[in-house]
Design a protein around this ligand. Sequence first.
Ligand code: GDP
Ligand code: CA
Length: 333
Amino acid sequence: MRSLTVLSGGIGGARFLQGLLHALRAGRLAHLGATPDVRVDVVVNTADDLWVHGLKVCPDLDTVMYTLGDGIDPERGWGRREESWHAREELAAYGVEPTWFGLGDRDLATHLVRTQMLEAGYPLSAVTEALCRRWQPGVRLLPMTDDRVETHVAVPDPESASGTRVVHFQEYWVRLRAEVPVEAVVVVGQDTATPGPGVLDAIGDADLVILPPSNPVVSVGTILGVPGVRDALRGTPAPVVGISPIIGGRHVRGMAEQLLAGIGVEVSAAGVAAHYGARSRGGLLDGWLVDSADAGEVERVEAEGLACRAVPLLMTDDEATASMAVAAAGLVS
Ligand code: GDP
Ligand code: CA
């Protein structure tokens, strides 16, 4: 095995990648021919990206970069460790909106470098590569696209004539705390986006493709929606396996429950598996891991045409997460 490709969102994807790298370094995938120096390519969701105070912020890219580069705040799971918030306080003192999206002082440096490079004409993929020279994440981070793609969420608004208002995903998640019903999810700019450099090759040339337990709607779903990505997955000679972010009918953290319900997908491990579908039947996956608590859903997943096993899926530490990665790879070998 020479290369592995993972389609990642933020926290869920980053934690999984940490466990995967742990498994590789410990030789736990050696029986599949994966040496510790196997190449890991990570196609990262960029549809959460936003402009704040004139700066381009890429939450999922930064979460993966900081997590694998040992700069993450382990408690929050996002942003820099040993962070301070003086700039946020100063902005609040000026009464500048948005006040709901907090940028830490250390984190600000990343966004300043990124924005400067973008304004100088570099594409996001090149900027990401430059940022990673500092963080050395041990994987190649590939933005899903260099184009501007943004997830927006339609929420009820009694004050508007239509009864609905459309907000950026970050406003739905951070300001509204995902506490309002989701009427629709619209990924603005997706239809005309092109995959970032290296994205299609990373999928087509991989020996194994993994969908980590990232959000199926606003992380993996937005990557899959970039024209060409679904076809690359259907066409790759590599097996494609996924890991359920839903355990016992609930997400582990975040807002996948609300968003899955919002797009009409059953909130269960088997429901998400059916949503992705089996490659043998025109879908995207060959195998799917569900949590031990969902062992009762294995038969249903198999009936969809997927290889399936129930194993512990809580990413409590690197060791536990490494075991998930080994089990995922083992589904199809
Ligand atoms: P985000 O961009 O920061 O929201 O992160 P991702 O999209 O990569 O991952 C979010 C998803 O990870 C959520 O739907 C969670 O249910 C899932 N998740 C978080 N922790 C765990 C865990 O320990 N086990 C599993 N199976 N899923 C998890
Ligand atoms: Ca995200």
